[in-house]
Ligand binder design. Structure first.
Ligand code: TYM
Length: 330
């Protein structure tokens, strides 16, 4: 039996270089050795207000992006969360063993509550339980995510352990896979904060669909420091360190090698080199995503096949859970 990898991205806003380097980029490597399941988490994404037509479009765009980034639908299960009702059903059961106090303490809940003060809905608070359901339904062993999702993964582990203790062994307790470099790509304008698709300042984020000009412009205006030395020091030089991390990931060079390469260059040469590395990496992904989006029927068929496979796996776990809880099975 292969071990299981599960991860997902919300089809919200424009996906960023952070989503790519922190998560999606790492998914492909597991495809040969693990049973991989990658989900477009549309249920999560309605916890903030959405325009329905935009959500539909972004769901297709996110699925196309997964494939364009090298996720092979013949090897991995690709599906859309709302096509598998067990996610919402398991969430209800898990809600009954999750405490309000725990959810209140979640950093992302606090952040989003302050950003969307007029819409602090129950879904926003329940978000980590739905994420736990995503993971636990598939007996997931490994969850590749960026650092900002670590707290949610820990809650998923706690919920699994709690359920197992209360109703006997049912869920696999998952581990996170958080890359050493790239787990937290920072904003280009405020390099002590993470790059986020919900940032209102467009200059702060590289979007995966940005064209070459926009990428060059954004890196040129990236906030750095005044000492002029390309050196990794996250405390004193967060801007340059962020750029070094991005460059190192995309050029397959270590941070040390990158420091040597740019030792006697000014920041402007370095910034243009980072922009160039990003453009080279994104151009083929963008072209492939565009090609896929022109073939909606193909993408819909991938969704359909993925939903069928995911439903089959998820139903099995859900019915086990229902049996353990004491629900009558017909
Ligand atoms: P989401 O959609 O906010 O982000 C998707 C993935 O991108 C990572 N990420 C980053 N990594 C590095 N630097 C950044 N600046 C950066 N910004 C985002 C996130 O850590 C994430 O891995 N709750 C999840 C989606 C989800 C999920 C799941 C993930 C729902 N169910 C089950 C794994 C397993 C989220 O909102 O991700």
């Amino acid at each position: 039996m292969k071990k299981v990898v599960f991860s997902g991205v919300q089809p919200t806003g424009k996906l960023t270089l952070g989503n790519y380097l922190g998560a999606i980029r790492n998914w492909g490597q597991f495809q040969d050795d693990y049973e991989c399941i990658y989900c477009v988490v549309d249920l999560h994404s309605i916890t903030v207000k959405r325009v329905p037509a935009e959500l539909r479009r972004q769901t297709y765009e996110t699925l196309a992006l997964y494939i364009a980034c090298g996720i092979d639908p013949q090897k991995s299960i690709l599906f859309v969360q709302s096509h598998v009702p067990a996610h919402a059903e398991l969430t209800w059961v898990l809600n009954t063993i999750t405490y309000v106090g725990e959810m209140n303490r979640m950093t992302q809940f606090k952040d989003k509550s302050s950003k969307h003060a007029d819409n602090i809905n129950m879904g926003l608070m329940d978000y980590p339980v739905l994420m736990a359901s995503d993971i636990l339904l598939y007996k997931t062993d490994l969850v590749p995510i960026g650092a900002d999702q670590k707290q949610h993964l820990e809650i998923a582990r706690d919920i699994a352990i709690r359920f197992n203790a209360q109703y006997s062994d049912t869920f696999t307790v998952p581990d996170g896979y958080i890359p050493k470099v790239g787990a937290k790509i920072m904003s280009l304008q405020q390099p002590t904060q993470k790059m986020s698709k919900s940032d209102e300042n467009e200059k702060a984020s590289i979007y995966l669909l940005d064209d070459a000009d926009a990428i060059v412009r954004k890196f040129r205006s990236a906030v750095t420091d005044s000492d002029g030395e390309v050196r990794f020091d996250e405390v004193n030089k967060p801007g340059i360190s962020n750029l070094l991390g991005i460059y190192s990931l995309l050029s397959d060079k270590t941070i040390d090698e990158a420091e040597i390469e740019f030792a006697n260059c000014g920041y402007s040469v370095f910034k243009d080199a980072v922009a160039d590395a990003v453009i080279q990496k994104l151009a083929p992904i963008q072209a492939e995503q565009k090609r896929l989006l022109d073939d909606k029927d193909y993408l819909t068929e991938i969704m359909r096949q993925g939903a069928e496979k995911a439903n089959c796996l998820a139903r099995k776990t859900l019915s086990k859970v229902y049996r353990k809880v004491g629900f009558i099975q017909l």
